[in-house]
Write a protein that binds this ligand. Structure first.
Ligand SMILES: [Zn+2]
Length: 472
């Protein structure tokens, strides 16, 4: 992380204050959030071309060299060999010899405010799924879709539904199938896209909620409940599994001493030979896993938490999150106290083993960060997760697929996104170097196009500066 932050800071420093003021309209002032947001929106949006650009189309594990990518009305219109002359009326974006890849999707995060959306854009993230919905977030989804607020395209899961007693006091709970069904009815009426379930839900309630969700055309996603277990959750029809919960307890012979990610294997060997069966079960159920390795890696005792809070990226974290992440008081404190480095390292290694085995066995993965949970900053963490997935054994191309093609396929988004081809949403990231060589090349972007709107590096830096000031 430090090397990366230096790259970001270097870029930020190179942008003079005058450029920022000229470019960012209200951005640099940053007095109110409304001002910040309106500065970046509603710029004229002509047909544009990236010429002589190298395209990571994401439909093959290679590069289409020296192409022209034409964008109009928010969609990619053409991908063809580079043009000798650019027709009149088409604006050229400087892209000679650069690399163009689809925008990235963070499929598991918790937005704190509209400012998070700017941090995400600055990191090349053009689609997000919020996993603890509220009516405010539905309003942000509509505002972004209508073009009245800058940001990635937002998909919102319902408020979290837990069993009784819930993991956190402020969660909705359903202790009977009838309550579960009526919550699902309410979520459908409100316009949520997924039903999010949690760690203490009971089997009969999950079954009732899945059934009801199907009537509304919704899917049930979330934690594999500890009261249900992986196999029954899959049988019940839960199609989204977060944080790889549910796998570890079946890989050890002793019951897990603490809920969620079982840190304390504490030297207990895992039974790797059981994994192929779990992969087959997952595959047969058609379920998708969103490992969120970056979030689980940050479940650490207080001293390491305090160090994470000192990182430069913390300036882009909403003050409310900084407060609840306080390493002395957050929810990790009791569980993490006394965890040894060896136990943490084992958890890290087992999670990578599980994610890698799922991927190798063809069970699909989605990239998610759980940004908003302790020590996980929005946007930057997507790049950490790409590197984590490579550590888990994915080729850079496969890691990038989890954040592009796979996300689009899971969401069934229309217009589609995640590839660079005619008819795809014009969500694009321009890079200096090839991300298929190394996912670290996916940052920082030279510019980001979101639904056809071009944000160059100066504007992205202006957004980051505005967020930093708003969050100061
Ligand atoms: Zn989460």
């Amino acid at each position: 992380m430090p090397a990366t932050m230096d790259r970001w800071r270097g870029l930020t420093r190179r942008i003079s204050r005058r450029t920022l003021l000229a470019r960012g309209a209200g951005l640099a002032a940053g007095i109110t959030f409304g001002g910040v947001l309106s500065g970046a929106q509603a710029r004229p949006n002509p047909a544009r071309v990236f010429n002589h650009v190298n395209v990571i189309a994401m439909d093959r594990p290679g590069v289409l060299w020296d192409q022209a990518v034409l964008v109009a009305d928010g969609l990619v219109r053409a991908v063809a060999p580079a043009m000798a002359r650019i027709p009149e009326g088409i604006v050229s974006i400087p892209a000679d010899g650069r690399f163009l890849m689809p925008g990235l999707a963070d499929m598991h995060l918790h937005l704190a405010s509209p400012a998070d959306l700017l941090v995400l854009l600055a990191n090349g993230v053009t689609t997000v799924r919020d996993m603890s919905g509220t009516r405010d977030k539905l309003a942000w989804e509509r505002a972004v879709a209508a073009g009245s607020m800058p940001g990635p395209t937002i998909h919102v899961a319902s408020p979290i539904v837990d069993g009784v007693p819930p993991v956190f006091d402020d969660l909705l709970t359903a202790s009977t199938p009838a309550t579960g069904r009526s919550l699902v009815d309410r979520f459908a009426a409100d316009g949520y896209e997924f039903v999010k379930v949690y760690s203490e839900l009971r089997y009969a309630v999950l079954v009732a909620m899945v059934e009801r969700a199907r009537l509304h055309g919704l899917r049930v996603v979330g934690h594999c409940s500890e009261k249900i277990g992986l196999v029954r959750a899959l049988l019940a029809g839960q199609v989204g599994l977060e944080h790889l919960y549910g796998y570890a307890p079946l890989l050890v012979d002793q019951p897990a001493p603490w809920s969620g990610w079982d840190y304390a294997f504490g030297g207990v060997p895992i039974r790797e030979e059981r994994m192929p069966g779990l992969v087959a079960t997952t595959l047969a159920a058609g379920a998708w896993n969103c490992p969120t390795l970056v979030a689980l890696d940050r479940w650490v005792p207080q001293p390491q938490g305090a160090a994470l809070m000192q990182r430069g990226v913390m300036r882009y974290v909403a003050p409310a999150n900084r407060r609840w992440w306080d390493p002395a008081t957050n929810f990790l404190v009791p569980a993490m106290a006394g965890q040894t480095d060896a136990a943490l390292a084992q958890g890290r290694q087992v999670r990578r083993f599980v994610a890698g085995a799922l991927h190798d066995g063809g069970a699909p993965l989605l990239l998610g960060t759980d940004a908003g949970s302790p020590y996980v900053e929005p946007g930057f963490s997507v790049h950490t997760e790409l590197a984590n997935l490579v550590e888990a054994g994915l080729h850079p191309y496969e890691a990038l697929r989890t954040a592009t093609v796979a996300a689009a396929s899971f969401l069934g988004a229309a217009p589609p996104f995640g590839r660079i081809a005619p008819g795809q949403r014009a969500d694009l990231v321009l890079l200096d170097a090839n991300p298929l060589d190394d996912v670290a090349n996916a940052r920082p972007p030279l510019g980001v196009m979101v639904r056809g709107q071009w944000l160059d590096r100066g504007l992205l830096d202006g957004m980051l500066l505005a967020v930093e000031r708003a969050y100061a």
